[in-house]
Design a protein. Structure first.
Lengths: 92, 584
């Protein structure tokens, strides 16, 4: 490890990686899980008259993707703040 | 006014706007030329990314593909948006922190090797040229159908426009033009979708109409009646493992696309890169959740219109070499006479053809090719929807302008990647590192012009293999860029030897499999995976090779490890790692 990297930096990176892992787990679950691997059993469930597996593959997974990216940006703001990595003048 | 005049008007207005913006945003420095001076606000960059990302394929072809593929079309929806999650979480913030001009810049610096840089340049150029060729086909279709202009002339007009704002404005011009183009394309996509949703289901919001109106059920029923399987039935055209691999290849392939990655270099800082990803996915999802709804509506509408309609016994007198045009009509149950005049324009282009095989004067649509009497090219679904639904001429013209906006915005982003790969990565980094600011921008401009000419050539002489090389482009991006960028950020241990070996193995395996399967009739020996999905396996091989080779060769030098460590921390606003002087 480089001498310039402090203990706080390491914790920041660990927190970041943990967040990414959780979000990517959900990402894989909705797309590969609900949208492909389990689509046939899920199609037996009707979602407003559309088979649920089909709906997840063509609609639901995309909505979840939006939420994941949004949660990432918001949570990273909190993590930045906690580890004093705030940046000036960015964002919305 | 006729559709043609409306189309001329819209194209004139939108093209005029793009040129005006390009002129206003003209630049003098290379930082402005390649990365817009890193001064683009997050929301604007989000819109520009969305326009950059959504090509003629997304606008013109995707809904049509889904319409024909049913459930299986989800590979494009999930593949192209899911890759965006990878990009936003794994690449965008760190590459922005890295703060250089191009993707080969990152590869060359992180792996301290000009060989790695050159391999990256070759991949970037190949992927981009493949894409530009696809955009040109889109431009050609729109011009030939809506303006009766020769395809070649249409392509030349499109190229002149792109060349103008890209050469004058560089990345800055392209970015602001793309923001305008996003506006045009999303309005053009949504208006017909909303109108047709309202017409078919009484609900104006396509996503809600798709889910709750029962139209999917009706469509399933019609399909079964005509001998097709249900629209929602999974794995009809492809096996589950193939669907899985294609989705992986599209996801990681998109995340590795250089023209999209470079968009994140243009924002002020790391936090802005994250928020710009949020805006971009919202802008993208608007179109991507509408497309499957439109696909189902269009299919329903098309089948119920054409199936069972009467066809004229003789084709209209046509000049030699032109396509035959029949007249179609139908009498509804309440005695109303319907004319399908919209089919005639499309019949002329050859993208829609009828053949009354059993000579009974009635059109039959069926799965069985021996009795099916209709051929519909997938690319016309979106463009013809407003006509099929009988919408006003200005809506039809707007769709034409939207298709052009989608094609031109993506083409511009790609041309800049080609230009920066040659002018920055090759000329400045390797041939003449002492080049001053003015000279670097000048070389950049010349390279954009050269790239425009190459793209124009492919537009006028479209390679017959466009559909096949698209699989190539994604496969190569997935199997070459994705693993080395990912590990380059998340591991300090992977080194030059591993990266070069990994890229080469991933590339050669994927390219070999695709070429073998497409051109030499090689059996799909790898789990029966098609060419579109093989990039997923190439990517895994790349990962395996880079990790193994790195483990048995010396670790990277301390300076490189320091660079990687600093990528992970957003603490210094602005450009954190200054590796070269000469800008600002």
């Amino acid at each position: 490890m480089s001498k310039n990297v402090t203990e706080e930096d390491r914790q920041y990176w660990t927190a970041n990686k943990k967040l990414i892992t959780i979000l990517l787990f959900i990402w894989a679950f909705v797309s590969y899980g609900c949208g492909i691997l389990f689509v046939e059993p899920l199609n037996n469930i009707q979602f407003f008259g559309v088979p649920f597996g089909f709906w997840m593959a063509q609609q639901g997974s995309i909505y979840v993707f939006i939420i994941l990216i949004m949660v990432y940006a918001k949570r990273m703001d909190t993590i930045d703040h906690r580890f004093h990595k705030d940046e000036e003048g960015a964002g919305e | 006014m006729t559709t043609e005049y409306w189309t001329y008007l819209f194209i004139f207005l939108t093209f005029g706007t793009y040129i005006y913006i390009g002129w206003r945003a003209r630049v003098k420095e290379s930082a402005g030329f390649y990365i817009a001076g890193q001064g683009i606000p997050a929301i604007a960059n989000g819109a520009a990314t969305a326009a950059d990302w959504m090509s003629a394929a997304s606008f013109i072809s995707m809904a049509g593909l889904i319409s024909f593929m049913g459930y299986d079309g989800a590979v494009y929806l999930m593949g192209w948006t899911g890759g965006y999650v990878l990009l936003a979480l794994l690449f965008a913030p760190y590459l922005r922190k890295f703060g250089q001009y191009t993707v080969p810049d990152f590869v060359g610096t992180r792996y301290y090797s000009d060989v790695a840089r050159i391999v990256a340049v070759i991949c970037a150029i190949f992927v981009s040229i493949t894409y530009v060729a696809g955009q040109m086909r889109g431009v050609g279709i729109v011009f030939s159908r809506f303006l009766n202009v020769d395809v070649g002339t249409g392509v030349v007009i499109g190229m002149v426009i792109v060349a103008f704002f890209a050469v004058i404005g560089g990345m800055k011009g392209i970015t602001w033009t793309q923001v305008a183009q996003y506006g045009v394309l999303i309005v053009a996509f949504m208006i017909p979708a909303v109108t047709i949703a309202l017409k078919l289901t009484g609900n104006p919001i396509p996503q809600i109409a798709f889910t709750t109106s029962g139209i999917v059920e009706s469509l399933n029923q019609i399909q079964v009646d005509l001998g097709f399987t249900e629209y929602t039935q999974p794995f009809q055209g492809k096996e589950m493992i193939d669907i899985f691999c294609i989705t992986v290849a599209l996801m990681v392939g998109t995340a590795g696309l250089p023209h999209v990655i470079v968009r994140f270099y243009t924002v002020p800082n790391v936090r802005a890169a994250r928020y710009s990803a949020v805006w971009a996915i919202i802008f993208i999802a608007l179109l991507y959740t509408t497309a499957p709804a439109l696909a189902a509506f269009a299919r329903y509408n098309l089948i119920t219109s054409i199936h069972g309609s009467s066809i004229s016994t003789t084709a209209e007198q046509v000049a030699e070499g032109e396509n035959e045009v029949y007249t179609l009509s139908k009498t509804t149950e309440n005695g109303e006479e319907l004319n399908f005049d919209w089919t005639q324009g499309w019949q002329k282009t050859g993208l829609l053809t009828f053949e009354d095989k059993n000579g009974d004067g009635i059109i039959h649509l069926a799965k069985d090719e021996s009795i099916n009497e209709v051929y519909i090219d997938r690319d016309i679904i979106v463009l013809s929807t407003p006509e099929v639904a009988g919408l006003a001429p200005w809506v039809i013209a707007l769709v034409a302008a939207g298709g052009l906006a989608a094609a031109l915005s993506t083409a511009a982003g790609l041309l800049l990647v080609i230009s920066s790969s040659l002018a920055h990565d090759i000329y400045f980094r390797m041939v003449n590192p002492k080049a001053d600011e003015a000279k670097r921008v000048a070389v950049g401009r010349i390279m954009v012009l050269a790239a425009v000419l190459v793209a124009g050539y492919f537009g006028i002489n479209p390679p017959g293999f466009v559909g096949q090389v698209v699989a190539f482009a994604f496969g190569l991006a997935a199997s070459s860029f994705f693993p080395i960028i990912l590990l380059g950020i998340f591991s300090t241990r992977v080194n030059r030897e591993g990266a070069i070996a990994g890229m080469l193995v991933g590339l050669l395996f994927t390219a070999g499999y695709i070429v073998g399967e497409k051109y030499f009739g090689m059996p799909r020996w790898c789990f029966d995976i098609s060419s579109e999905g093989i990039g997923a396996i190439g990517m895994l091989l790349n990962f395996a090779v880079i990790l193994c080779v790195s483990a048995v060769t010396p670790p990277p030098p301390q300076e490189v490890k320091d660079v990687v460590e600093s990528l992970r921390l957003p603490d210094h606003p602005g450009r954190a790692i200054v590796l070269d002087e000469g800008h600002e």
